[in-house]
Design a binder for this molecule. Structure first.
Ligand SMILES: [Fe+2]
Ligand SMILES: [Fe+2]
Length: 400
């Protein structure tokens, strides 16, 4: 038809959005992998044991008011790893913030609440077994955990006390553990901010044409259910959930005169309307963030159809990225089963019949199969987010 490519609304909010998205990709420099502090704690514990000649060791962190084992080493069997330290001592170190060090763990007293691997190790030793427990601090100096080492050995393998000169070294490892925990907590906060930003921007885009926050909540959970039902790995399921809300972000670039037109759109207006896919992809393009790259693919391809009759590219079948096929179904299914100003909502069962009818032509049959198989889960999402509760950031997106 030769229509000129529509440009994002001059003076519209898309420029602001581009700025925010720029900031968003910075957030993601903190990779989700860095949220998991335990491997780092385990590495530091190994290094500390190596440096001090300790035979066994463990770390505990205060989490939600309770002491939890974070990393343990040299225990007798995997089943015995769940608890390591003598809990009275661990609690005492958390309470006082003082280092506890003894040349003979037996001197800590009879009836010490020490777990089996530790007591067995001590019982099997031919002589005194040394022990040291040092506090782990957060960046403000509060005690957030304990590093404990058992049974220092000399070069010849004989049991020796943890020398006073080693206390500083052990404390330095505990300090590095504290820094690792602080980094992980910061990463977690950044990640939460990132997801909240994605969600709020998505809601902003949808609000322009009276879609609701509840639509975003439902379609994003539907997308996660489909990805899970397809057997995708956990990180991809998360990606489907968190990238899908951005599917219509390109609507920010569609002028009000088209987006909010009450009557039928003419051919030119339809062309502009359809360009929300390419504009969304354009807004999200150029990032090396996995989340934004997935969002870009989804924005571009969520209106493609399996038989090639979709837009904007007219690609078919597996030419359509999996995320595009997943979100295409999740978004359309929620649109079918939700009221719009121009139509009432169809019941969920009718929605299922419609997508089954259009399976293979419009929708990916494998995705539809998941929807049918896990229909109860879709019903549960629908009833949980039946109405827009006015909160643009749902509880399930608030990561701890
Ligand atoms: Fe769309
Ligand atoms: Fe949508």
């Amino acid at each position: 038809m030769g229509f000129a490519e529509p440009k994002p609304d001059a003076g519209g909010d898309w420029r602001e959005l581009m700025g925010l998205i720029d900031g968003l990709s910075q957030f993601e420099l903190v990779s989700p992998g860095s949220l998991d502090v335990e491997p780092r704690m385990a590495t530091l514990l190994d290094e500390c044991l190596e440096a001090t000649g300790g035979a066994m060791g463990g770390t505990c962190l205060v989490q939600a008011g309770a002491l939890c084992t974070a990393a343990t080493r040299q225990a007798a069997a995997p089943g015995e790893l769940s608890e390591w330290g003598p809990w009275q001592v661990t609690h005492a170190v958390v309470g006082t913030g003082e280092v506890m060090c003894t040349a003979d763990v037996a001197a800590l007293g009879e009836g010490l609440n020490a777990p089996e691997p530790m007591t067995r190790h001590a019982a099997a030793a031919s002589g005194p077994v040394s022990f040291i427990a040092v506090p782990i601090h957060d960046e403000e100096g509060a005690v957030i955990g304990v590093l404990e080492l058992l049974d220092a050995r000399d070069a010849g393998g004989g049991s020796v006390p943890f020398e006073n000169s080693l206390r500083g070294l052990v404390q330095s490892y505990a300090d590095r553990m504290g820094a690792a925990v602080a980094n992980a907590r910061l990463a977690s906060r950044l990640r939460r901010a990132q997801f909240e930003t994605v969600f709020r921007l998505s809601v902003a885009a949808e609000f322009r044409d009276s879609e609701t926050a509840a639509h975003i909540q439902r379609m994003s959970l539907y997308a996660g259910l489909i990805a899970e039902g397809l057997g995708m790995p956990r990180d991809q399921v998360e990606l489907a959930r968190f990238a899908s809300p951005m599917h219509d972000v390109g609507k920010l670039g569609v002028p009000d005169a088209v987006l909010l037109k009450p009557g039928k759109l003419d051919a030119h207006e339809w062309h502009i309307m359809r360009s929300h896919t390419t504009m969304g992809a354009q807004i999200l393009s150029g990032s090396d963030s996995p989340l934004l790259r997935a969002s870009e693919r989804i924005a571009l391809t969520h209106h493609e159809r399996m038989d090639g009759s979709g837009y904007p590219l007219g690609i078919r079948g597996e030419e359509i990225p999996t995320m595009g096929r997943i979100v295409g179904l999740a978004d359309a299914f929620d649109a079918i089963t939700s009221p719009r100003c121009y139509k009432p909502a169809k019941p969920m069962e009718t929605g299922l019949e419609i997508v089954l009818r259009d399976s293979g032509t419009h929708f990916d049959p494998q995705c539809v199969e998941v929807l049918e198989r896990r229909f109860d889960d879709f019903l549960a999402v629908r009833s949980q987010f039946a109405v827009d509760d006015g909160d643009p950031v749902p509880e399930w997106m608030r990561l701890t």
